[in-house]
Design a protein around this ligand. Structure first.
Ligand code: TMP
Length: 254
């Protein structure tokens, strides 16, 4: 088989040309980075967990009518997605203060916000993904006012879905980051949720204990990252079968 064409390699994923026009194969690596790649490691199995978890969240979004890039999972580390022009923004939704917001405003981590707050960073590693107001986004043409209205509306729907799903398994959704892409139906552009949704790009705290079950475990050396992601996957019922350690009973075949 011909070697497939690599389109892009990022910090946690590789994108390959898909089997049909308009499709992309998204490969999840085991690499973990933080603080704009100042801190790096390889966490065996992280890519497998994130592939499954992103499939789970994107499929749920499809079920409630939030358009997204996910088509199907291909194997343990790869999924087929729709090719989209990525809008150069990190769209962050916050329910509780944490991370850069807690630091910027001097708020205690975990303080409930008066309502979900949506903010935007300009995607540029060299600049450290700076926070930008909506006016910059429109003025520089990264997205139109209509795009921004659609992005905020979709981000809040993703927040409701993710908050409810996580609450159902005893986890508080503190905040998350998503990205959007533009696809074309004929000449008509439409925005869809793209990239990934996984514990790499969310803050997830156990409701009872407050234990962190997301990439902050890696950022701040709080323990084993895979154990945290496995716990999230286990609670959601999406553990890959080869990571399951549950004893299996012989099944009687009639
Ligand atoms: P922050 O508090 O560090 O700004 O992060 C907000 C959310 O965005 C948090 O859930 C982690 C996520 N995030 C990313 O997915 N990628 C990034 O590069 C950064 C800085 C944060």
């Amino acid at each position: 088989m011909a070697r497939r064409k690599k389109l892009y390699e990022g910090k946690a994923k590789v994108l390959y040309e898909g089997p049909e026009p308009g499709t992309i194969v998204q490969y999840f690596k085991d690499d973990a980075t933080a603080f704009n790649a100042e801190k790096k490691d390889v966490i065996d199995g992280k890519g497998v967990l994130n592939n499954r978890l992103s499939e789970f969240f994107m499929t749920g979004l499809t079920q409630i009518g939030v358009p997204n890039h996910f088509i199907k999972r291909l194997n343990m580390r790869e999924q087929l997605v729709r090719a989209a022009e990525i809008v150069p923004l990190e769209v962050i939704v916050r329910n509780y203060a944490a991370g850069s917001m807690a630091k910027r405003l001097g708020l205690e981590e975990g303080t409930r916000l008066p309502r979900p707050i949506v903010e935007f960073s300009y995607k540029d590693d060299a600049l450290g993904d700076p926070l930008v107001p909506e006016e910059y986004i429109i003025a520089f043409g990264w997205a139109s006012q209509q795009d921004m209205d659609d992005i905020v509306a979709m981000a809040l729907r993703v927040n409701d879905f993710m908050s409810g799903t996580m609450f159902g398994v005893g986890i508080k959704l503190i905040d998350f980051k998503i990205e959007f892409g533009r696809v074309y139906e004929g000449d008509f552009p439409r925005l869809i949720v793209a990239d990934e949704i996984s514990p790499d790009s969310c803050r997830l705290w156990d409701i009872e204990s407050g234990q962190k079950l997301d990439k902050d475990v890696f950022r701040h050396d709080l323990g084993n990252l895979n154990d945290a992601y496995t716990e999230v996957a286990r609670r959601l019922g999406v553990l890959p079968s080869n990571v399951t350690h549950a004893p299996t009973k012989p099944t009687l075949i009639n």
